[in-house]
Ligand binder design. Sequence first.
Ligand code: PLP
Length: 413
Amino acid sequence: MIEKLNLTNSNKLYNEALELIPGAILGIRRPYNFVQGEYPIFFDSAKGGRVKDVDGNEYIDMLCAYGPIIIGHREEEIDEAVIKQIRDKGFCFSLTQDCQNVLAEKMRELIPCCEKAVFVKTGSDATSAAVRIARAYTERTKIIRCGYHGWHDWCAEVKGGIPQKVYEDVYEVHYNDIEQLEELVSKMPDEFAAIIITPLGHPLADKVQYPKEGYLKKVKKIAENNGIVLIFDEIRTGFRVSMGGAQKLFGVTPHLAAFGKAMANGYAISSVVGEKKIMDVLVEKVFLSSTFFPNSLAQVAALKTIEILQRDNVLENVAQKGKTFGEKLEMIVQNSSIPAEISGLPWMPFITFKPDPEKRYRLYRNEFYKYLIRSKVFLQPYHHGYIAYRHTEEDLTYAAETVAKAFNYLESF
Ligand SMILES: Cc1ncc(COP(=O)(O)O)c(C=O)c1O
């Protein structure tokens, strides 16, 4: 095993933060969610596909801020557009600036279900707003969900501090299990307002799943036959798997969709888009407003990001890089005796270890991701990674070679 990294400054900051911030760091960024003993790592700066920590260690960043970084860190053209907006115009006003319309027009041009759009800040804002819109439109209460949709009361995984009545009307189904969905809807056919589902399956800590043949079409049929609004949660897939999201890639158009993460290469913006007749409940019936929602900086960043994605065929390049990288990973796993799987290709590579009765997979997972981080490849044990446009061939070759070495190392257990 290679040597542990020097994390002196990170540890110092972590201990300081323990006194200042409950748990030192919020939620999924805590050390237990990576490899205990090998983290905490406080990051200092990033450029392109790489990130540096406060001790000067430089990593290939394959988590990409959990998805927003589609092009790369500190992409100059985007940052310049944002700086120009700050210098020439300003961005935080009591009323709305014109780039709202330009961005909405762009979304409408690209996303199949988009007749109208609204802009909010986070993925949780967008999924929660979509659910509220669907409830208002159908005048029903119950929701069916499938996947992670954020931290808000109706869908948070950890229920502390949330009254049961807020989520008791929310039912969860498994991705790709059409019978389960059919059965649930048939029990209460007139009661569901929405089915909200990630069009690509990426359940918590589990491998990424493609839709089974005809699955998304059947989900849409069930929704339409029962007067239910179908919402695609495209927070991870939007502006990553295709310019029109997974709905465009898989050829199934939902009634509403939530976009976020990659749409502005790291700037905080998300969006609910959908059919005019449904979205128009926002005209009078539904209230959606926040001080920072119309803030134009992220809108400018989104416009520039989308311009680059289109101009430079970024998503094709990302998919091609992911494919080449993924083929190497698959070869490594095939040639190894360690029971592992690769999923999420080409955009969201995830290396998982097959559960076994002796729970050796936990040891493999721990040792494997320990080896990776010590080798300066930043990937998450419980979450798929991402490929960015600025990952160089050299970066991805190094990452694949490190994965191969790590699998070799696992053979010694
Ligand atoms: C599919 C999906 N939906 C919603 C969210 C919530 O987004 P945010 O963390 O920006 O609130 C996430 C975040 O990871 C997500 O992956």
